[in-house]
Design a protein around this ligand. Structure first.
Ligand code: NAP
Length: 243
């Protein structure tokens, strides 16, 4: 059985991607999340309503032991199932001007995005290499390309994801595994719910924030056979705010 693992898919962009991958590709979706079981169950419910299948897999992506135990344990118990698509989506922000960013906030933002990507990719890539197929999609950000004031930690994390995407894609392209990054701009989700949308949308040529479903369609395309010659790319999805 072909599966997709979407980290941080209890809410927001990850949730929309999990639902879309199930709809478009019939993948059994592993819904990873940090603590919000109710929201993760909601994602699973929506997948099932559409006739799809999935299951919850709770672990903190930055915790290598937890990833080994929970994801590694799942893989051992499900040797017949193959994670064909990995979406490294879990991410957090802890915004502040640089002088006021605490070491803890610096580390956490980097650990969730970068260490999380390392932990989850490590767990699945060997089997992808053996099977000679796979899709790795890293959810980066406009911040990782442009650099955004007030987000030096987040910009560093997303920039690192982008550089790692490019490097890994070249290592494993021969084995028919693609590695790409998506760089969203302002997308409606809990992460952006506190922002002044009326003010910020004026900076966006499309004059609006994007929806998680719009990012999900792009991720679904990158996961498809149609995208098999696209690798090492960073694809902007930002309503024209940066290119
Ligand atoms: P969100 O609404 O805040 O959702 C975050 C998701 O990540 C939740 O499912 C959360 O799980 C999970 N999560 C957080 N820390 C985790 C951890 N340590 N281990 C496992 N799961 C964890 O965020 P979003 O807006 O959908 O963002 C998704 C991704 O897109 C992030 O990487 C973000 O940086 C990126 N992005 C977002 C925007 C935007 O405008 N929204 C723009 C550019 C890039 P719980 O529900 O259990 O807390």
């Amino acid at each position: 059985m072909k599966c997709a693992l979407v980290t941080g898919s209890s809410r927001g962009i990850g949730k929309a991607i999990a639902i879309q991958l199930s709809k478009d590709h019939g993948l059994h979706v592993l819904i990873n999340y940090s603590s919000n079981t109710k929201a993760a169950e909601d994602t699973l419910g929506l997948i099932k309503e559409n006739g799809g299948s999935g299951e919850l897999l709770q672990f903190n992506v930055q915790d290598s032991e937890a990833v080994k135990n929970v994801l590694g344990g799942w893989q051992e118990e499900n040797a017949d199932k193959h994670i064909e698509v990995l979406v490294n989506n879990a991410g957090v922000t802890k915004d502040n001007l640089f002088p006021w960013i605490s070491e803890a906030d610096w580390d956490q933002v980097l650990d969730v995005s970068v260490k999380g990507m390392y932990n989850c990719t490590q767990a699945v890539v060997t089997k992808m290499l053996r099977k000679r197929s796979g899709r790795i999609i890293n959810i980066a950000s406009l911040s990782g390309l442009k650099g955004v004031p007030g987000q030096t930690n987040y910009s560093a994390a997303k920039g690192a994801m982008i550089a790692s995407t490019k490097a890994l894609s070249q290592e494993i392209a021969k084995r028919k595994i693609t590695v790409n990054a998506i760089a969203p701009g302002f997308i409606n989700s809990d992460m952006t719910s506190e922002l002044d949308q009326d003010m910020l949308k004026k900076m966006v040529p499309a004059n609006r924030f994007g929806d998680a479903e719009e990012v999900a369609h792009l991720a679904s395309f990158l996961a498809s056979d149609k995208a098999s010659y696209i690798t090492g790319e960073v694809i902007n999805i930002n309503g024209g705010v940066y290119s």
